[in-house]
Design a protein around this ligand. Sequence first.
Ligand code: ADP
Ligand code: MG
Length: 231
Amino acid sequence: MIQIEELTKHYRQGKSVVRALDGVNLGIEKGEFIAVVGRSGSGKTTMLDTLGLLLKPTSGRIIVDGVDTTRMNDNRKAHLRVDKIGFIFQEYNLLPTMSALENVMLPLEYAGKPKGDREWACTLLAEVGLGDRMHHRPDQLSGGQQQRVAIARSLVNRPALVLGDEPTGAVDSETSDQLAAIMRRMNVQHGVTFVIVTHDPDLAAKTDRIIRLKDGKVVADETTAPEAVAV
Ligand code: ADP
Ligand code: MG
């Protein structure tokens, strides 16, 4: 589904250059549930943001369904992003004045889809266990519940790929387990590929594949045992 070839991202810092990504090669298949791990500064966020077409690489290619995205103009990239990619952030990034349902429906507007998809948004909120909290605002929800809203929001445009940057980084370990289980269920139920950056070894252990970055390079890429996959 996605081919990453010789991807680099360099930042000039005075006279030196920071190689945030330094020649990454990866293939990602439909339906995979992947963790990206590595120390702070190893390039995880940079990789996720380039994969999410939010950040332009310095060189290399990201090929999505056979099409080289690095040759696309910004407008085409934006369309592809809205159509195919959902995002989950550590700090939820919900709009505080909107209800859970309105937050989930927001990406539908970006995609220019009719409001008729309200039912789908409700279905997703029910699937993440918030069927009875749809009209609550973020400040009326716990951190874990807010992140469930963000998970539902990431799926509302029926993306092929969901990217999470430390999605359990701001919650306790029990809540983290629950969020991991929900993401796995969404992965299986909707056939959506998940790529999740995490510091949490427990979360990484629940994925199918662990990609380890160091100094902008992939230093390990391991498929985890199938028995570790619990739904
Ligand atoms: P991680 O998410 O693994 O902590 P990042 O991808 O955020 O790592 O950063 C990788 C490296 O690139 C770090 O050394 C970081 O300081 C550097 N970096 C990231 N973004 C920028 C930027 N906008 N300008 C300069 N350096 C950056
Ligand atoms: Mg990061």
